[in-house]
Design a protein around this ligand. Structure first.
Ligand code: PHE
Length: 444
């Protein structure tokens, strides 16, 4: 077990929760969840989404933690250690998380520009035009994106305790404080409370097969499951960390933040502006009409940046761990390789919103393709495969031992988790996946 000794690890249980919650809480909660919700009929979508979180996302998160914690290895070796010949599943996750990094870093870069512009009164006039002009430009968004990637890099080379742990301890509390301040402020506005009612009222007429696929994809995305990020964090948990308890804390915090972000955004009365622009066009517009608008806008984009950073470090770490542990590189060399790769892909994604917009696959530019392909195809696929692995391939006694002896699951809850992973996840995810894809293709 000598290879295990030199790995880093989180120093405590609370910080393990903070780091994993940091991975989960990201642009998925504050940028993606509100606009996906408003596109899919508001309250109706939220009900389906919560079902996906509880019955699919939570068991998968527990599964992923346990694979990492059991083996204390990087995603590829972790699967291969439990069952020879299954390393490819870890690799598939890492490829997916790398593709996600490609567009995620670009949006993260935007948050820096928006925070800066809000603080210096730089956004004004036509907010839609500002967004379009900025995101389709060549250099400005690229510089912001690179800056963000460098921030990320600095944290990663700091190591698990010196980098990720320290950063999570500072960023997460700050994120919660900003979120609460913004939520209180938005609920204090009378028109906010009214707008809120409209959005959370379920409208089942908008529910289609694609709604279920969107809800499931969002649930997996927001919990970071299937892609090795939670697996690698699970591998850094101390012995004796309660995996189910940690997973429940992470899921609760993540859901709370998503709902609060929706409250903040919808109470600003922007439910008619849907799509990815929701956070970047509608929000600055609303803030501009409020007293101290620039202050609130700066706070909001700082919140987005913090959430993004605590998520991207987990993506980066998952891929870096592969180069360090499997390819024998030093931590800084492995991290540098991932950073350069991410910069290259992010460059393509960013330019695809501007000068390379003409390059389209299935009608989508590279940016949208990365987003849609990972959320609609890779995440469900990884969900199915991970649940099959843990439910059917992993030796029953070993998995049971990991969860009940070490993982803090009691003997009565264990069969429920196992049942969900063996039957409910593979079957439900497959059904939603197939019907959703059919629905999606016919809508193209
Ligand atoms: N869960 C993050 C979010 O909601 C995204 C993420 C995906 C993080 C995959 C890590 C791995 O923004």
């Amino acid at each position: 077990m000598s290879e295990v000794k030199n790995r880093g690890g989180f120093g405590g249980k609370l910080v393990a929760i903070l780091a994993a919650a940091g991975s989960a809480i990201g642009l998925g909660n504050i940028w993606r969840f509100p606009y996906i919700t408003s596109e899919n009929g508001g309250g109706a979508f939220i009900i389906i989404y919560l079902g996906c979180i509880l019955f699919l996302g939570l068991p998968l998160l527990i599964a992923e933690f346990s694979v990492g914690h059991n083996t204390k290895k990087n995603p590829i070796d972790a699967f291969a250690t439990i069952k020879r010949g299954w390393g490819w599943l870890g690799a598939l996750g890492l490829v997916s998380v790398f593709l996600i990094m490609g567009y995620y870093f670009v949006i993260s870069g935007w948050t820096l520009n928006y925070a800066y512009a809000s603080a210096t009164n730089g956004i004004g006039g036509d907010f839609g035009a500002f967004f379009k002009e900025f995101t389709s430009a060549t250099w400005a968004p690229l510089i912001c994106t690179y800056l963000f990637i460098v921030l990320n890099h600095i944290i990663i080379i700091g190591g698990v305790q010196g980098g990720i742990e320290k950063a999570s301890k500072v960023m997460m509390p700050l994120l919660f404080v900003i979120l609460i301040v913004l939520a209180i402020y938005s609920l204090w506005l009378p028109e906010g409370r009214e707008a809120l009612g409209n959005v959370f009222t379920p409208d089942f007429s908008k529910v289609t097969g694609k709604t279920f696929l969107d809800a499931m994809g969002q649930a997996f995305f927001t919990l970071s499951v299937g892609m090795g990020a939670m697996l690698i964090y699970g591998s850094y948990f101390q012995n004796g960390t309660k995996l189910s308890g940690t997973a429940i804390s992470v899921v609760s915090l993540d859901t709370l933040v998503a709902l609060t972000a929706a409250v903040i955004i919808f109470s600003a009365g922007v439910e008619n502006e849907s799509g990815p622009q929701l956070a970047f066009v509608a929000m600055p517009k609303v803030f501009s009409t409020m007293p101290l608008g620039n202050f609130w806008a700066t706070l909001f984009f700082l919140l987005l940046a913090l959430a993004a950073l605590s998520s991207t470090i987990s993506m980066h770490e998952a891929v870096t761990s592969y180069f360090v542990e499997k390819r024998g590189m030093s931590r800084s060399a492995g991290a540098t390789l991932v950073t350069i790769g991410a910069m290259a892909l992010a460059t393509v994604a960013s330019l695809s919103l501007g000068v390379w917009d003409g390059v389209r696959i299935a009608g989508m530019n590279i940016f949208s393709l990365l987003d849609n392909f990972t959320a609609i195809v890779m995440l469900p696929l990884l969900g199915i495969l991970t649940s099959i692995f843990v439910g059917w391939v992993w030796k029953k006694e070993d998995m049971r031992a990991e969860l009940t002896a070490e993982g803090g699951v009691d003997a009565t809850t264990y069969p429920v988790i196992r049942f969900l992973l063996r039957y409910v996840c593979p079957v439900l995810v497959s059904i939603v996946f197939i019907f959703g894809i059919i629905d999606f293709i016919s809508s193209l």
